[in-house]
Structures are given as C-alpha cells and as structure tokens.
Design a protein around this ligand. Structure first.
Ligand SMILES: C[S@@+](CC[C@H](N)C(=O)[O-])C[C@H]1O[C@@H](n2cnc3c(N)ncnc32)[C@H](O)[C@@H]1O
Length: 348
C-alpha cells in the first residue's frame, strides 16, 4: 500500500503530488493548498470545484473507496462562503456529481448526509434536498444503494417557529443518509456494524431452544436458523443515535467525548467550533460498513474534519477539502501533529 493518499509510488520511491499547488487557471479558479497532513491523510484548503481541477487530486482519481460527506445546506439566504440557493444550488451540486464520481474506485461508495429544509416564513418543507439528490444521482448515473435514516431523538425541537411556538409541526429529529454508487454491488459488509443481540436473543442462544414453524405473518422459522451466534444482529436502515442498540463498533465514537479535544482546542484558540458537524458515530458507521483498513476516504466538504479524524482512528487513508480556513485551523484540534506535518505557517 502506498500512503499517504496523495502520494504515488514509483518503484520504492514516493513522489509527493504538488502538495502546495496554488496555480490559477484562466477562469476564476481560486487557490487550492494542502494545509496539514498526518500519517494517513491530508487536509486541503479550497473549494472542491477548484480542487477537482487541481493536480492535488490527480493521484487519487479512480481510487477513492468511500466519499463521505455532509454538503453545505441548500440555503434560503446566502451565508458564509456563499452557499448557493434554490436553482443555483441544484445546478452547482449537479455539476459536482460527475467529477466526484470519477474519483471513486469501481466498487466505491458515495454517502451523503443531508437534513430536512423548510421554506422561509411558512410551515412547509422544502423539497430542495430531495431535488438536489435526484439531480446529483442523475448527473453521474449513480445507483441508489440504500436510503438510511439517522435518528437523533435528543435533537432540540426545530423549526422553532412551528414546533415550539405555533405547535403545529412535529420536532424534526432525523437526517437522510443517501448511499450511492456507480455499481449495484459496491464493497459493503454489514457484519462489521452489527448491533448487540437483545436480551431475549442472548437467552435463546444460550438455551438453544425456540419455537420453530410458521408465524402469523407467514414467515417460516426453521428449526436451527436462529441457533448460531453471529456476534450480533443485522442493523436496520435507521441508525438511532440514542444508542440503545448501537453497534459495538461505534461505541468509542459516540456522544460528546470524541469531540471534546476539538471543542477545547477551538475555545483556547478563539476559533469558531463548526456549527454543523457530522456525528462522529455516523462517520464511523459508514467507514466501517463500506471500507477496509488502508482504504481511502474522501470528504469534499470537510468542515471540522470529522471524517478525516475518524478515518485516521480506523486506519483508513483520507483526504478532506474545506473552503473555510478557520474551520481547517480548528480541525487541528482533532490531531496531535508534529510541526513537519503542518504544510503552511500556523501559529498554533
Ligand atoms: C455541513 S458542513 C460539513 C461539516 C463536516 N462534516 C464536519 O463534521 O465538521 C459543510 C462544509 O462545506 C464547506 N463548504 C461550502 N462550500 C464549499 C466548497 N465549494 N468547497 C469546499 N467546502 C465547502 C463549508 O465551509 C462547511 O464547512
């Protein structure tokens, strides 16, 4: 295996691919630069649309095993870094589909987490996130492998105007996770993210006794089908972040513990903690479900680099791209870097 991900092997020699490439093209391309690297990954500053045209990503074209991201939200008003709105957002996300899909290994996956959006000033949901998904899927001829719901019952009630004040809508407590691929059969193994067995199932496995036969639902339960201990039960397509049946593989990434060093670092440096961080346990779930150790994970909208830090912990190579330098500076709090791993000046 040739690591880090942005290097190419020529015989025994590793060739660093233009780690600080800042060339501008004739159109209004903005600079793209690697800011820091670790044993397994690299954080790139710049817009993904510019990074996709930069030699920095050449070495990984066709080699990304998992593209895991939560894109900037389709906003109704412009925010930092000019997130596009409405139709412009659709065209923008659509234009990224093909170049991003080109980065994928033949059996690679794209996993996109996106929440619900609401029309401004009215208790009506926006269909923009769904339209964006369809536009993205169609533009790169992707297969929808599965739609997963990420349920977080602990989320504060929102949208507040309709949930808390008018009391006419229910609390919005889940995000959509869309798993896409260029193939119907991307690499995936649900045995890596098994849920713990229930108390009843553990009892059954111990006693080796249960009632076989036809259930009222019509399901035929065989004499021995439930007697083998597979190490846990197959998880559903709803990931419940409250944790009652949480896959054991994720336990170390749950709750606020994983984020503690990051938040303390941002506070100490007076940097903004990223306001829309992905749940680290969600990153860990898909990285373990869809990749092996040594595989390459890419997050084109890296933010606080949850994806990169979880990938590093799980021994996967990673690349993250983020447009806002202050979020990159904050993401340093997720790593314990030596000075030579910082590729640009930083008074951390
Ligand atoms: C929802 S956040 C991602 C949060 C991230 N998953 C985390 O856990 O911190 C989306 C990020 O995309 C960044 N962004 C917006 N437009 C971008 C672009 N064109 N290229 C790269 N990053 C962009 C934003 O600055 C923001 O940090």
């Amino acid at each position: 295996m040739c690591t880090p991900p942005w290097t190419r092997c020529r015989g025994n020699e590793k060739v660093v691919e233009n780690a600080n490439h800042v060339e501008r093209s004739k159109r209004d391309r903005e600079a793209v630069a690697a800011i820091y690297q670790t044993d397994l990954g690299q954080m790139i500053h710049g817009k993904i649309e510019d990074a996709l045209e930069d030699p920095l990503l050449d070495a990984v074209r066709g080699k990304v095993n998992l593209l895991l991201t939560s894109p900037p939200f389709p906003l109704v008003r412009k925010k930092r870094y000019g997130n596009e709105t409405g139709e412009a957002y659709l065209r923008w996300i659509e234009s990224l589909a093909e170049p991003l899909a080109d980065l994928l290994a033949p059996d690679g996956s794209i996993v996109i987490e996106i929440g619900n959006a609401w029309e401004p000033g009215v208790p009506v949901m926006s269909t923009l996130p769904l339209e964006a998904l369809f536009a993205f899927k169609k533009a790169a001829n992707l297969k929808l492998c599965q739609h997963v719901i990420c349920h977080n019952p602990a989320r504060l009630p929102s949208p507040a105007a309709w949930v808390n004040i008018a009391r006419s809508r229910l609390k919005d407590s889940y995000t959509h996770v869309w798993w896409l691929s260029k193939t119907e059969t991307p690499k995936a193994d649900n045995r890596k993210v098994l849920n713990p067995y229930s108390k009843d199932m553990r009892k059954l496995l111990k006693s080796q006794k249960y009632n076989a036969g036809v259930r009222p639902s019509g399901h035929v339960i065989s004499e021995t089908g439930f007697l083998t201990d597979h190490g846990g039960s197959i998880g559903p397509n709803v990931i419940d972040l409250s944790g009652e049946h949480f896959p054991e593989a994720l336990l170390k990434f749950t709750g606020t513990k994983w984020d503690a060093a990051y938040r303390a670092y941002c506070k100490a440096k007076s940097l903004p903690a990223h306001p829309a961080r992905m749940q680290s346990s969600l990153s860990a779930f898909f990285i373990q479900f869809l990749t092996d150790e040594g595989d390459l994970v890419l997050d084109p909208f890296g933010g606080s680099n949850t994806t990169g830090s979880v990938a590093e912990e799980l021994k996967r190579r990673w690349i993250a791209v983020e447009a806002d330098r202050s979020y990159i500076d904050g993401s340093l709090g997720r790593f314990d870097l030596a000075d030579e791993e910082l590729l640009v000046d930083n008074d951390r």
